[in-house]
Design a protein around this ligand. Structure first.
Ligand code: PLP
Length: 429
């Protein structure tokens, strides 16, 4: 079912199931840091395309949509679009980005989560121009607000299936009352909504970062969605698709096995059973996580009785996941070869005790100026960056895709580093 770290070395196969931090070319990362400064996100567009291809291969009969919230950068969106995946968007801003990146209306699903009026106004305006776009509502109330705006287009109903899954309680949505129409009311809402809208689908999302034993919860969600689809069909409503959400996990730990995607796909098809509609999935993390690293330099080294405190120029404002979810990210000292191993606590420059990337992790003894690479930073990395403590957001370079010349050595600056001036530009006094 799963593959060991040895079996998935990047050099072994053309499109391995995982790209580890150790697989990144250290010399290239060093030269990017020298050229563009740190902190710096590096995104490999070829790896994004590989991940899309692997998903499509595993789910040949399903529609694989990209949950753009994981990484909304234009270069990534264009790569995903070229790979043939439509876009699942969580806000008017994401719809705006998707349209800007060239997705057509029929390639855009907007999943409304308690949407502000401005989002509905924007999306209904966009729908008038792109009548094939689909809006997913998680409450009857949202459907009413759409109707008030004259929307009678393609509608999907998000269901709360009562079962969640994911790597942390804060990312498990499937049983959280905030999301979706309660399962036992869903069929009725679908039936009544089909009178006012072009009812095309039902949707549920278990949570994010699903792997291991948690996959059984995902299967249970899929089973429930299959049952719902059959109930809905029995009322005479024709569904075009049943979307069972995203959430496919990636191995953040260096020795963690990669998800066996073909097996997950097979289990998903089996769990949904016979439905008279297309299965849809909408992964975000899986598409971009291992396509990105964060580069950061050591500013300060402080020996303490407990640990070697290693201060770097990235912080929780650059990569929030460790502070928000206690998330593990692999860290590699690209300058540390041959040094003794010490217990290092890597911290950022933010004045918060949660601004910590790792505690007492065995790493080569750090020195001021060392370059560290933080792995699996491509999903929910730059996206969750903020300017707290008045820290400008970092730059991002893209490798591969059109960024690469024939030598494959080129990189393109796809997001410039923000400046102190950017911080105050929106203020009026
Ligand atoms: N779909 C919905 C509705 C989501 O809320 C999310 C993540 O929050 C996703 C898809 C993507 O999840 P993941 O990035 O774990 O695949």
């Amino acid at each position: 079912m799963s593959e060991s770290a040895d079996e998935v070395s990047r050099d072994d196969r053309p499109n391995p199931a995982v790209r580890r931090l150790a697989d990144w070319d250290a010399a290239r990362l060093e030269s990017l840091a020298d050229e563009y400064g740190t902190p710096l996100y590096v995104t490999d567009l070829d790896r994004v395309a590989e991940n899309c291809a692997r998903l499509r291969e595993a789910f040949p009969d399903a529609e694989v949509r990209y949950a753009v919230k994981a990484h909304t950068g234009r270069a990534v969106l264009e790569t995903v679009r070229d790979a043939g995946l439509p876009a699942e968007c969580a806000s008017a801003g994401e719809v705006h980005r998707a349209l800007g990146a060239g997705f057509s209306g029929d390639e855009i699903q907007y999943t409304a989560v308690h949407p502000p009026a401005e989002d509905l106004d924007y999306v209904v305006d966009a729908w008038r121009e792109h009548p094939d776009l689909t809006v997913t509502v998680g409450a009857a109330d949202t459907a009413e607000r759409l109707a008030e705006r004259g929307f009678d287009g393609r509608l999907c109903v998000r269901v709360n299936p009562g079962v969640g899954a994911g790597h942390h309680e804060k990312v498990r949505t499937g049983a959280n009352a905030k999301f979706g129409v309660p399962y036992d009311r869903a069929a009725d809402l679908v039936e009544s909504a089909s009178e006012a809208f072009d009812l095309v689908g039902v949707h549920a999302h278990a949570g994010s970062g699903i792997s291991g034993d948690d996959l059984e919860n995902h299967r249970e969600l899929v089973r429930r969605m299959g049952d719902l689809a059959r109930d809905v069909s029995a009322t005479g409503v024709d569904l075009e698709f049943v979307d069972v959400g995203g959430g496919f996990g990636v191995p953040y730990g260096e020795d963690e096995p990669a998800l066996d995607l073909p097996a997950v796909a097979e289990a998903t098809r089996e769990a949904i059973g016979d439905i008279d509609a297309t299965l849809a999935v909408e992964p975000g993390r899986y598409v971009v996580a291992d396509a990105g690293v964060l580069l950061t330099r050591v500013n300060t080294v402080k020996e303490t009785p407990e640990t070697v405190v290693t201060g770097v120029d990235a912080g929780m404002t650059t990569l929030l996941r460790p502070a928000l979810y206690d998330a593990y990210h692999a860290i590699r000292n690209l300058d540390g070869e041959g040094r003794e191993t010490v217990g290092a606590t890597v911290v950022g420059p933010i004045c918060e005790s949660s601004d910590v990337f790792c505690e007492n992790r065995p790493l080569p003894r750090p020195e001021r100026g060392d370059l560290l690479a933080v792995g699996n930073a491509g999903a929910y990395g730059y996206e969750m960056a903020s300017t707290y403590n008045s820290r400008p957001r970092p730059a991002e370079v893209a490798l591969g895709g059109e960024a690469d010349g024939e030598s494959g050595e080129n990189a393109a600056l796809v997001r410039r580093r923000e400046t102190l001036t950017d911080l105050t530009e929106v203020e009026s006094r």
